[in-house]
Write a protein that binds this ligand. Structure first.
Ligand SMILES: [Mg+2]
Length: 346
């Protein structure tokens, strides 16, 4: 067997500038990986590097030749475990780069078996949670408009970015514009532990479901303080990067928020799901701002999740790839009708 590989950088403009407590993003730099077998069948994957975790499109492009050498040396698209392990030995950091290769390989392996990826894994398409749609930071008036638009488009679960000096005003505007929506809050490390406990009280009064990453990841004691006193469940995102973080956060939060681009591959993500469950945590899968070249693969993990936040492609002006239908945030795996992840040129 032999495998051909290539990659290409794509610059994806966002539908709206996306602001969180740390800063604003107007485009997403993704790198698309293709792996083709002898019969001409191609698997597609994408890297959506995050500067917060030390990766950029430049670093992805710098390490991909070494990672794709591993793929070509092994040469077997079904050797998913071996290739993921050898990639981790070759490039310890750069999880988004490794993840793009992992996704492309899984897509190819599933296509070769003629099954959608979730079916290759034996998962039940009816067990998927509804994905949230994210409302980024903006003027309160613009936030209200974005919320009204999201409700009109049928999104019933909204994730609200907070971490400003007008957080209460923002939540009041969103709750007013979306009285029936499930609301989740993500402070992206902007609060102190005490602020988190105080904020949890009025957020609970507004029917918020949980609070994601209220305090800095560098303050595990603060996360534990917030978890033990908060009125609302706490999800860990920036505090939950790789498998070894799961036991560390087990007594400091209720929900582990995994992301493919943090953990570096689909097999590793599945290990994290099971480790989190063994520690009594609920599991959420989030994403970066990503093309369907990678989001499509995340959707296939849907049946293993309690919460999904897979709106990365929905925040783009346009996506060069189609994937799993996510209209209204519903992960419509059963309707995919394609082998692999479903990632394909739009
Ligand atoms: Mg987050």
């Amino acid at each position: 067997m032999s495998l051909d590989t290539e990659f290409e950088r794509v610059s994806l403009p966002l539908a709206d500038a996306f602001t969180i407590s740390r800063g604003t993003q107007e485009t997403a730099e993704n790198v698309i990986v293709e792996i083709t077998d002898e019969g001409g069948m191609t698997g597609i994957g994408g890297a959506a590097p995050s500067a917060h975790y030390g990766e950029t499109a430049d670093t992805v492009e710098a390490v991909l030749p070494d990672l794709l050498d591993v793929v070509e040396e092994v040469g077997d698209p079904h050797a998913l475990t071996e290739i993921e392990a050898r990639m981790r030995e070759t490039v310890e950091r750069n999880p988004a780069a490794r993840c793009a290769v992992s996704i492309a390989l899984h897509d190819l392996a599933a296509k070769r078996t003629g099954l959608p990826l979730y079916r290759m894994w034996g998962l039940d398409a009816d067990e998927t949670p509804t994905s949230s749609f994210t409302i980024g930071l903006d003027t309160t008036e613009r936030i209200r408009e974005k919320t009204e638009e999201a409700v009109e488009e049928g999104y019933e679960v909204l994730k609200v970015k907070l971490g400003t000096d007008r957080d209460r005003e923002i939540i009041e505007a969103i709750r007013d514009a979306a009285p029936d929506a499930t609301l989740r809050v993500d402070a992206n490390e902007a609060w102190t532990p005490r602020e988190t406990v105080e904020n949890s009280r009025w957020l609970a009064d507004h029917g918020v479901e949980f609070i994601e990453q209220p305090v800095p990841a560098e303050d595990p004691g603060g996360l534990q303080f917030a978890y033990e006193r908060s009125e609302l469940p706490i999800a860990a995102d920036e505090s939950c990067v790789t498998l070894s973080d799961i036991p560390e956060i087990a007594d400091k939060c209720d929900i582990a928020n995994l992301k493919l681009m943090k953990c570096g591959g689909l097999l590793e993500a599945k290990r994290m799901v099971h480790a989190a469950r063994a520690e009594g945590l609920e599991v959420m899968l989030g994403c970066m701002i990503e093309s369907n070249a990678s989001i499509a693969a995340g959707a296939h993990l849907g049946p293993l999740l309690d919460y999904a936040d897979l709106d990365g492609s929905l925040l783009l002006e346009s996506d060069p790839y189609d994937g799993v239908d996510l209209a209204k945030g519903e992960l419509r795996l059963a309707e995919l009708g394609l082998p692999g992840t479903g990632a394909r040129k739009a």
